[in-house]
Write a protein that binds this ligand. Structure first.
Ligand code: SF4
Length: 181
């Protein structure tokens, strides 16, 4: 998000080459976690979840897949395609017209998260909501309802996002992981 595209592509290509050379990890039976939230621009929280005994396998974060996952449409007017891509990210402040009844509306808003959770075989979801992004704080309970209906356990954390106090969340995360094991 913060460096020129060409430089970024070079770094990502080198990273992919390096990952392909790594030995394939043995299955360790640790739970696979889907992470949902907002501006998490430090790996401290992801590290904490993994130190507690889990693998973070996929995310829907402003600073993660939300930023790059969807492509810009290559048909039609390029300017409109770019505008649509920027305005229709999965940030909850983006407009998503209501569709049908409550159940249908939740599917319309969160169906892509079901696909993430299924595709990455997540055993549970952790929401890490940094306070004062009101849209994310309002979206969390609806998403929790949707995923709970799909039988995916959810731990919802709201925090001030101070990396110096993040360790205080350890006990809650450990208890959640024990519950889903
Ligand atoms: S409004 Fe909230 S969810 Fe949307 S981009 Fe900003 S921090 Fe992320």
């Amino acid at each position: 998000m913060g460096i020129p595209a060409a430089e970024h592509i070079g770094l990502v290509s080198a990273f992919i080459d390096e990952v392909k050379k790594r030995p394939r990890p043995a299955a360790d039976g640790l739970p696979r976690i889907f992470l949902w939230g907002n501006e998490i621009d430090d790996i401290a929280f992801v590290s904490l979840v993994e130190e507690c005994g889990a693998h973070v396998v996929m995310d829907d974060l402003c600073t993660g897949s939300r930023f790059f996952w969807q492509d810009v449409s290559e048909t039609g007017d390029p300017l409109e395609a770019l505008a649509r891509r920027y305005l229709c990210t999965h940030c909850p402040r983006s407009l998503k017209p209501q569709a049908g009844n409550r159940k249908e509306d939740l599917e319309n808003r969160f169906g892509y998260i079901r696909e993430f959770a299924d595709g990455w075989k997540a055993a549970g979801a952790i929401f890490y909501i940094v306070r004062y992004c009101d849209t994310c704080e309002l979206e969390g309970p609806d998403l929790k309802e949707y995923l709970t209906d799909l039988k995916l356990p959810v731990l919802m954390i709201e925090d001030d996002y101070s990396t110096s106090t993040i360790g205080q969340l350890r006990t809650r995360i450990q208890a959640f992981l024990e519950m889903i094991m």
